[in-house]
Each structure stands twice: as C-alpha cells, then as structure tokens.
Design a protein around this ligand. Structure first.
Ligand SMILES: NC(=O)c1ccc[n+]([C@@H]2O[C@H](COP(=O)([O-])OP(=O)(O)OC[C@H]3O[C@@H](n4cnc5c(N)ncnc54)[C@H](O)[C@@H]3O)[C@@H](O)[C@H]2O)c1
Length: 257
C-alpha cells in the first residue's frame, strides 16, 4: 500500500495520531490536519522518524476556506488523496436545557459538516481515479442515545447517514465509504470526560469506572488506539474492497446489551 496518501483530520492527538503512525509505518504519505498548534508540535516530535512522509496543516475544519486550502495544499504536495479519514471530534456534556446552542452548532460543524465538506471535495477526485477509501469516525453514540450528549450523539448519528448516502453514490466508482463506531477508547477525550464525571459526582476516577463505565462495557476495559488504527488499515486494504456503507462497531460488547 506504499505511495498512497492518507489525509486525516484531528490527527495530532489520540486516535487520529495513532492512525497517522500506523499508516506511516505502512509506508504511506500522511497529511495531518489539526487545529491545536500545541498538539501539532507534540505530534511532530512523536513522528519525527517519518518526517519525509508526513506533513502537518494547522487548520480548523469548521472554517471552510481554511479547511479546503489545507486539502488543496496536501493534494499539491502528494499529488492525490487515496484515503480520507474524517476523525476530528470534540465532546460537550450537558442536559439539553443547559446545552449552549453555539456549542451544539460547533459539534455538528466539526463532526458532521466537516466530513461532508471533505467528502464533497475529495470524492470526485477518487471517483475520477476509480479508487479510494473514506472512513468517518462515528461512535457507539452514533447508534444509541446517551443522556447529556445531545450535540455529540446528533453529529455521530448524522455521520452514519452521510456515510450510507456517500457509499451508495461512490459504489460504482471503486470507492468505499464506511463509518467506525468505537466504544470507550483510552484517549485524552475520554480521560477528560471521566475527570468531569468524577468532579460532578465528587467521587474518585476508580469509582466512576466501577459505577458508570464498566457496567456498560462487558469486557471491562478501554479499547486501545491501535485497535482502531488496525481497523483503518484493514478498511484501506484490497481485502476490504467489498465493505462499504457500513457502521462498524468496535466496542468491547457495549452495544450488545
Ligand atoms: N476516545 C473514544 O473513546 C472515542 C470513541 C468513539 C469515537 N471517538 C471519536 O474518535 C475521534 C478522535 O477522538 P479522540 O478520542 O482521539 O480525541 P482527541 O481529543 O484525542 O483528538 C481529537 C483531535 O481533533 C482535533 N480537533 C478538534 N476540533 C477540531 C477542529 N475544529 N479542527 C481541526 N481539528 C480539531 C483536536 O485538536 C484533537 O487533536 C473523534 O471523532 C471522537 O468523537 C472517540
């Protein structure tokens, strides 16, 4: 799979960074887009061994011109985007009556509108080439409700709908489009959520795990980032050419209940 180029949003941290590393180890070119300059600097250090195959673009995916410019710059540098991974995401937890409307809009912008914009721009190029893979990072929160996560759940449900439509439109052209639905993965996004829960309930992190999280996860563990990046590699491989339009669940048994 070498000489392919993958563009990943939100790839300077957590799951996206692990995916970037996995594709670099598979000898692909990687364009990393992220709006956190601090995270980009840290990621540059972590990925320094791959600097020839890896480029960083500081960009906010909710700012359409900036986002489109970053995609153009990645195409100008590498010639083509073979694999697009819409991964950027944020969380905000509050009951609907206290959920700031601007925050709700921002979550939808980051996790639903931005994937739409990226697909709209890159899919025609993939169709023209007759080959391409798109992976949208949804969540188990794209399949089931979770009180307090109106913005996140709406965006993650929406991106599964977008995936299905885009997959149908792309199917005759050799392009596959799937959504991944991970359960709890050990990343800064999840750690911050747990700390917020512990603070709100005035209990220890261990107690939050025992009382809130593990009852929902039959395997009683967090997924690791490489379990997600391995799936992305598989979906990008020739073996997965028949898998499209799917919401693929990797959740330690969460949604079997
Ligand atoms: N961690 C989990 O348990 C879990 C589970 C299911 C789905 N997910 C999804 O996986 C994806 C990655 O999550 P993570 O846990 O690695 O989180 P993370 O916070 O470690 O990484 C998210 C990255 O997205 C970037 N980002 C956020 N808003 C952006 C914007 N407007 N423009 C550009 N970049 C932006 C952040 O700077 C950060 O680097 C998200 O879409 C998340 O919803 C995570």
């Amino acid at each position: 799979m070498n000489n392919k180029t993958v563009l990943i949003t939100g790839a300077a941290s957590g799951i996206g960074l692990e995916i970037a590393q996995a594709f670099l180890k598979a000898d692909m070119n990687v364009a990393i887009l992220d709006f956190s300059q601090t995270a980009i600097e840290e990621a540059k250090t972590q990925l320094s061994a791959f600097h020839q195959k890896c480029t960083f673009f500081a960009c906010d995916v909710t700012k359409e011109p900036q986002f489109m410019d970053a995609i153009d710059a990645a195409i100008a540098q590498f010639g083509h985007i073979d694999i697009l991974i819409n991964n950027a995401g944020v969380q905000h937890i509050a009951p609907i009556e206290e959920f700031p409307s601007d925050t709700y809009r921002r979550l939808i912008d980051i996790m639903l509108i931005a994937p739409f914009l990226a697909i709209k721009k890159i899919l025609p190029l993939m169709k023209e080439k007759g080959d391409g893979r798109i992976i949208n990072m949804s969540s188990i929160n794209g399949l089931i409700g979770f009180a307090g996560k109106a913005g996140y759940n709406s965006a993650k449900h929406g991106v599964i709908g977008l995936t299905k439509v885009a997959a149908l439109e792309a199917a005759p052209f050799g392009v596959t489009i799937n959504a991944l639905c991970p359960g709890y993965v050990d990343t800064p996004l999840v750690r911050n959520q747990l700390e917020d829960l512990a603070k709100t309930r005035n209990v220890s992190l261990d107690r939050v795990l025992e009382e809130v999280i593990w009852p929902l996860v039959p395997q009683r563990r967090f997924l690791t980032v490489d379990e997600i990046s391995d799936y992305c590699l598989f979906l990008s491989s020739p073996s997965a050419k028949g898998v499209t339009g799917q919401a693929i669940v990797i959740d330690g048994g969460y949604t079997t209940q």
